[in-house]
Design a protein around this ligand. Structure first.
Ligand SMILES: Nc1ncnc2c1ncn2[C@@H]1O[C@H](COP(=O)(O)OP(=O)(O)OP(=O)(O)O)[C@@H](O)[C@H]1O
Ligand SMILES: [Mg+2]
Length: 167
């Protein structure tokens, strides 16, 4: 039998390890590196994933979204959907795994109320196995997001450095 305090300690360690495993940290020093990171990360995503991007103005959320789009084989130029709130891109590249055939890019910067996102029908794309959703300023709609999301926070550091934390 394991003494309770030892047991608790073990549990604690396990939990800490679990949390640490879930969180991934990256440091980029240029726009290109952030783009390439997004592109590379695509391998770890699957249909139904919701990528919640946060970080201050000019942090690099759109650059990251562009990298993700490139990773999914989207050739079109990705521009931030600041005014239209949402853009839907179709994924034609056969090489992309699974049945993902859409990337939905949402930008919540200008919204005053999460209801605006519901009104444009964006929520219907959440969790769909054929769709990956990328959301800029996702923290503004956190009360309408499913619990299972992939959070990507981009922190502005000095010069062109960005710390990117994924959990
Ligand atoms: N390491 C870096 N990663 C990403 N972008 C960088 C980096 N260093 C400098 N930049 C610059 O920062 C800017 C990031 O712009 P971007 O539009 O992606 O930000 P954003 O977070 O989407 O802003 P907004 O909140 O306005 O939507 C670009 O001008 C880019 O060139
Ligand atoms: Mg942006």
């Amino acid at each position: 039998m394991v003494p309770l305090n030892k047991f608790m300690r073990r549990q604690g360690k396990g939990l800490k390890r679990k949390i640490m495993n879930q969180e991934k940290k990256y440091l980029t020093t240029s726009e290109k590196q952030t783009f390439n990171l997004g592109k590379k990360l695509t391998n770890t995503f699957k249909g139904g994933d919701i990528l919640a991007l946060s970080g201050s103005l000019g942090a690099g959320k759109t650059i990251m979204a562009k990298g993700i789009a490139a990773g999914l084989g989207i050739k079109k130029i990705i521009t931030s959907p600041t005014f239209v709130l949402m853009k839907v891109y179709s994924i034609k590249a056969k090489s992309y795994k699974l049945i993902v055939n859409k990337l939905v890019h949402i930008d919540c910067y200008r919204i005053l109320n999460p209801q605006e996102i519901i009104d444009i029908g964006a929520v219907e794309y959440f969790g769909r196995p054929d769709t990956i959703v990328v959301i800029e300023w996702a923290e503004k709609i956190k009360n309408i997001l499913p619990r299972q999301i992939i959070k990507i926070n981009i922190k502005l550091k000095k010069n062109n450095e960005r710390e990117i934390i994924i959990n």
